[in-house]
Each structure stands twice: as structure tokens, then as C-alpha cells.
Design a protein around this ligand. Structure first.
Ligand SMILES: [Fe+2]
Length: 314
């Protein structure tokens, strides 16, 4: 697949652009939570308790096992767009209730790579028994190797280790906002290749991966995507699945991607959630990356996730 990159620049210009080697720059950061033109408005159907500056809020007073009417759905969606990750304590949903809640945001995504048995909608993560490797402790957005990566996901923890096992999320709109202007100039309008192989080859052998090559051929997405509901620009490359920037020499692409991947590591863009059994997190996969902290072995951590099908990034 070949895509013309309209803002591709000569090699020398790319080398000359100053990309901080450590991936981070110190000093003030722009931490803007609301999209342009949005104003602060109260929530009427629940209490919302912020967990960080731009990302992550606990929603109190909503029982996700009960029907979600249009007005509540609307307000939860606004909260999701404004906070990017919502937390709901002690919900203890059945798998069907979890699916039912997620379907208010669209069709559920099936994931044959992660499915166990015949249920391709509910992905079970059962980790810490010493037998199953954990592979979610790398910053990533889910399934960006698909032409239409997931809109979002609803994750519930069924079993929680005595300590650890937190999940972290990073705000990729804040990550974009804080890029140096010369980096923005280089990546606005550029596309990058996403491929499931590098992300999954760490824990599946070639024989397990091969059957999916026709199903998930490498795909190109914009390096900076616009949020389909808010119009906000967001950095959209991740360590697990983004392999190269289109039309750029390998060495330069690697260097720039390394720098861009590092942006998810900046603490000011992050929220970290400490789970209790039955807690639910609902995240906007278009606007965030996440990282499952792997610090609880040999204890068990059991989670179920459903994902909502998304649209093609632009
Ligand atoms: Fe994930």
C-alpha cells in the first residue's frame, strides 16, 4: 500500500529538527482538558470526581447493571469525551450486563486473536498464575492494526491481587498539544504503518499468528488523528503496533517514532487506577493509550474486557 505524504520533507530537514533525546522536555506543560469551544458544564445524572488533571474521572451514583436511558447515555458520553477514562466502583456486572452497557456505544468488536473458545466478544485476562505471560505492560492503544480500531473498551476486574495490578492511561491529546512546533510540523498530515505482528509476536509463535495475516494486513493511519466527536488533534502512534512512518527513511522513522512513543510516559498526561473487585473502567481508545502494570505475580488478576467497534481514523 502506498500513500503520498503531502508534507514529507527532505532527509536533512528531518535530521536537523530538534527531537529531545530522552523523549521528554522539562518545564511547563499545556494541560487543556476540554476540546476547543467546549465550556465547563455540570453533570446532572451523577457525581463526577476527577482523578487527574486532564484524564480520568470516577463516576458515582450510576448502576451500570440497570438500563441506561438516552439522557444518561448522553451525559456519560460527554463525560467520556471530557475525561477520556471513566471509573465506576463496585459494579460486579455479569458478562452480559457488561456487553449490554458497552452496546450503548455501538457494535461490539470481535477479536479472534485474543478470543477463547467461541465467545469472541468478551476477552478474558487471567494473569499471575505463573503460566500465562502478561503482555499488556507496554504503552499502547488497542487494535490499532485494524482498519477501524476500537472506539473504546469496558474492562471489569473480577479478581484483584492484594497489591499492584493497577492500570494507567495517558491522554494523547495532551501529548500532541505539548509537542514542539517543529515536530508537529513534521507529523501533521503524515501517516504510519500499524501491524499486529510486532505486538503479538512477543507472546505467540508464528504458527499461531500466520492465519491472521490475511485478516489483518498492515494498515496506515494518520500519525495525528482528529477525534471524530470533538475534532481534537491527538497523537496516534504506539509502541505495540506502529512500525514506521510512511515515506521516511528507516533510521529517521525509528528515531521519530521512539520520541513519539515516549510521550505516553509523561506523568502529567497520565492517570493511574487502583482496582477493587467489580470496578469498571470505560476508556476512549481513540484518545488514550494504556498500560497494565505487571507487579503482582504470583498473585492472580482476572479481568474481562469488551471493546466497541470504532471508525477509520482521519
Ligand atoms: Fe490493551
Amino acid at each position: 500500500m502506498t500513500v503520498t505524504v503531502t508534507n514529507a520533507r527532505p532527509t536533512t530537514a528531518l535530521r536537523e529538527a530538534r527531537v529531545p533525546e530522552g523523549g521528554m522536555h522539562e518545564g511547563a506543560r499545556t494541560l487543556r482538558r476540554l476540546p476547543d469551544g467546549w465550556r465547563e458544564r455540570p453533570y446532572e445524572h451523577f457525581e463526577l470526581v476527577p482523578q487527574a488533571c486532564t484524564i480520568g474521572a470516577e463516576v458515582r451514583g450510576v448502576d451500570l447493571s440497570r438500563p441506561v436511558g438516552a439522557a444518561l447515555r448522553e451525559e456519560l458520553n460527554r463525560a467520556l469525551l471530557e475525561w477520556k477514562v471513566l471509573f465506576f466502583r463496585a459494579q460486579h456486572l455479569t458478562s452480559d450486563q457488561q456487553r449490554h452497557f458497552a452496546r450503548h456505544w455501538g457494535e461490539l468488536e470481535t477479536n479472534p486473536l485474543l478470543a477463547r473458545g467461541t465467545d469472541e466478544e468478551v476477552v478474558l485476562f487471567d494473569k499471575g498464575d505463573g503460566a500465562t505471560p502478561t503482555f499488556e505492560n507496554v504503552w499502547h492503544a488497542d487494535v490499532t492494526f485494524r482498519e477501524r480500531p476500537a472506539l473504546g473498551a469496558v474492562l471489569q476486574l473480577r479478581e484483584v491481587p492484594p497489591s499492584g495490578g493497577d492500570t494507567m492511561w495517558a491522554d494523547m491529546a495532551a501529548a500532541y498539544d505539548n509537542l514542539p512546533q517543529e515536530v508537529k510540523d513534521r507529523i501533521d498530515g503524515a501517516t504510519a504503518v500499524h501491524d499486529y505482528i510486532p505486538g503479538f509476536a512477543r507472546f505467540y509463535g508464528p504458527e499461531r499468528l500466520a492465519p491472521f495475516q490475511d485478516l489483518f494486513p498492515p494498515v496506515e493511519h494518520p500519525v495525528v488523528r482528529r477525534h471524530p466527536e470533538t475534532g481534537r488533534r491527538m497523537l496516534f502512534v504506539n509502541t505495540s503496533f506502529t512500525t514506521r512512518i510512511t515515506g521516511m527513511e528507516r533510521e529517521e522513522s525509528d528515531r521519530l517514532l521512539r520520541y513519539l512513543f515516549q510521550q505516553a510516559h509523561v506523568p502529567e498526561y497520565q492517570v493511574r487506577f487502583r482496582w477493587q473487585p467489580g470496578d469498571v473502567a470505560f476508556w476512549d481508545n481513540r484518545a488514550t493509550q494504556h498500560y497494565a502494570v505487571n507487579d503482582y505475580g504470583p498473585h492472580r488478576r482476572v479481568a474481562e474486557r469488551v471493546a466497541i467497534a470504532g471508525d477509520r481514523p482521519f
